[in-house]
Design a protein around this ligand. Structure first.
Ligand SMILES: [Zn+2]
Length: 317
């Protein structure tokens, strides 16, 4: 019996939203399809391209097909360099983070302790939310996509990366809700964000999204056990299970696409792992189960046939 709280979602690149994917979403009984422009340190540019695409009538028609059949649309992306344009550096270097040598840099994120920078980010977050055609009320404005992008100024060093990330999301959701009353925003537990923010609590509307990326980049050392598992449990407890979401890589062919030199390669999901994960994550309290499913596009299906989605098609939750 499926629990009404539990949702299933797959995440694809914008150009992959074709009639075939819409049919797949229905066949797999997905609750939501999310659109993800490519990440990395150029994510602010791929986000800009997405915003152009969202003005295209044909693309909007594809979104409408999904929402009209009861499937939600979400948008998930690394947004910080978009929300605080790098061009501001020449006039306001103080908005930007200090690297480990003490130099201000536009390379990723910003100076979390600068209130004016946070204000600009909030204003741009509201504008951005309104541009996301057909979006559900959950927003995913992730920080930039790399490790070691904390600010090293004296003020920022008083708190952890996790504290600063939550403080920013608290401010964004407060401002967003003035214009979109039911807006929610995720706290992404990813890289240094996999930690408990100290001296702060999540505001109403902030929910946990946990992405165990280390599992895929360091599979030989990663394990859901011991201290690490305890930490994940504490993080869920800190944010609460309401709207909590696991962001998995079960169907992420983009990892293999990149490793093959940007070439489509056959993909075989680990069905036993996916089935076990669904139970495991549900027991931890997660309500939404999502996975990247990028680079399983129409061209992929023509080359290699349809991917095997049986593990989620036959899910019991
Ligand atoms: Zn700082």
């Amino acid at each position: 019996m499926r629990n009404a709280k539990n949702k299933m979602e797959l995440i694809i690149h914008p150009h992959e939203l074709t009639d075939r994917w819409i049919a797949l979403a229905k066949e797999l009984k997905l609750d939501r399809v999310s659109i993800h422009p490519i990440g990395g340190m150029n994510a602010h540019e791929t986000l800009q391209e997405l915003l152009k695409t969202l003005k295209d009538e044909n693309f909007r028609a594809q979104i409408d097909k999904l929402t009209n059949s009861g499937i939600e649309i979400g948008y998930e992306f690394h947004a910080l360099s978009y929300l605080l344009p790098r061009e501001l550096f020449s006039e306001h270097p103080e908005y930007f983070r200090q690297d480990t040598t003490g130099k201000r840099t536009t390379h990723g994120n910003f100076c979390f302790s600068n209130p004016q920078a946070r204000k600009i980010i909030c204003i741009n977050a509201i504008k951005l939310a309104k541009e996301l055609y057909g979006s559900c009320n959950e927003y995913y404005f992730w920080l930039d996509d790399a490790m070691h992008l904390a600010c090293n100024c004296d003020e920022c060093k008083k708190h952890s990366f996790a504290h600063h990330q939550l403080n920013l999301m608290n401010e964004i959701v407060t401002e967003l809700q003035k214009e979109i009353p039911d807006a929610k925003i995720c706290y992404l537990a990813y890289y240094e964000g996999v930690a408990i923010p100290e001296d702060i609590s999540p505001k109403n509307g902030v929910f946990l999204e946990y992405a165990p990326f280390e599992r895929y980049i360091k599979p030989e050392t990663f394990a859901f056990e011991g201290e690490y598992l305890e930490l994940v449990k504490k993080i869920i407890n800190f944010f609460g299970t309401k709207n909590s979401k696991i962001l998995e890589y079960w169907y992420d062919n983009s990892i293999y696409y990149r490793r093959a030199g940007n070439k489509l390669v056959p993909f075989t999901p680990n069905n036993e792992q996916i089935k076990a994960d669904l139970e495991f994550y549900k027991d931890l309290g997660f309500e939404t189960f999502s996975s990247f499913a990028c680079n399983l596009c129409d061209e992929y299906a023509q080359l290699f046939g349809e991917p095997d989605f049986s593990a989620i098609k036959n899910r019991k939750i």
